[in-house]
Design a protein around this ligand. Structure first.
Ligand code: ADP
Ligand code: MG
Length: 263
């Protein structure tokens, strides 16, 4: 420690009641024990989402209470119309609940302002869709690079990150290919690279293997598995039981209600 920092530390207004502080430290010791509960990345309380369809009210989510742990691999299954995409959009800060709270860390998506939600989407949330949603006129490299636009990085840093993300999904040789020149599995891997290049806290995927045959599905599954092994939280909506078998936690969403079906 340098002289300056020591002086700074000494000059910071310090504890006025040292005895109280000692008590506090002793009191809080057990909470810091190593077997403390894993951190929740999401906490949903009483979440509903209703839509009006031609004068009729549709309850897409009918009261969801849910915690998701950081680092988990969660799948969400259930019938069409059950509310899966609606839930994923709330988790992705693309939408707000009609009632209830959607906490992502300290933030409540229900009440945060639009600018804040935009920043969260740009920095913290990676999204992968069934239809890949790549821009056909851009190369794989350019598609991935687009996700870095809001981050304010230097050109060199962007190039390095995009190259690394493409290598991470096994596409280091395909950066200059356009989507039309790639297989479905390769296109979805570009989409995953685009989602992870920002180094998000969570990856959300809505039927990521829905448009793929079995071998391409397996290639996507091993990429997802590896990302989760590295610590990325995954939340994957899927109809495919082969995908759900890889999950640590399986949820089922039917008529807007969530049930844990992990065995
Ligand atoms: P899933 O993804 O499980 O198939 P969704 O979340 O897409 O289910 O839909 C749940 C319910 O909400 C369905 O009845 C659907 O018709 C309705 N819904 C979803 N999005 C909208 C919307 N934008 N406008 C009106 N109704 C919607
Ligand atoms: Mg859906």
């Amino acid at each position: 420690m340098t002289d300056t920092t020591r002086r700074d530390a000494a000059s910071t207004p310090s504890r006025t009641e040292p005895e109280d502080d000692v008590m506090t430290m002793i009191d809080t010791e057990p909470a810091a024990a190593p077997d403390a509960a894993p951190e929740a990345i999401y906490r949903l309380e009483g979440v509903t989402r209703t839509y009006s369809q031609k004068g009729r009210v549709v309850k897409a989510l009918a009261g969801v209470d849910l915690e998701i742990e950081a680092g988990d691999f969660v799948t969400i299954q259930g019938p069409t119309g059950g509310g899966k995409s609606t839930l994923l959009q709330l988790l992705g800060a693309l939408d707000r609940p009609t009632t209830g709270a959607v906490h992502l860390g300290d933030l409540d998506i229900a009440t945060a302002n639009n600018r804040r939600l935009g920043r969260i989407r740009a920095h913290e949330i990676g999204f992968v869709f069934q239809g890949f949603n790549l821009i056909p006129t851009l190369t794989a490299h350019e598609n991935v690079d687009m996700a870095l636009e809001p981050l304010g990085l230097s050109k060199d840093e962007r190039t390095a990150r995009v190259t690394e993300a493409l290598a991470h999904v096994g596409l280091d040789e395909r950066g200059d290919h356009r989507p039309g020149e790639l297989s479905g599995g390769q296109q979805q891997r570009v989409a995953i690279a685009r989602a992870i290049v920002k180094r998000p806290r969570v990856l959300l995927a809505d039927e990521p293997t829905g448009n793929l045959d079995e071998s391409m599905r397996d290639e996507i599954l091993s990429v997802l598995q590896r990302l989760n092994d590295e610590g990325l939280t995954l939340i994957v909506v899927t109809h495919d039981s082969a995908v759900a078998r890889r999950a640590r936690r399986r949820l089922r969403l039917d008529k807007g209600t969530v049930r844990d079906i992990t065995r």
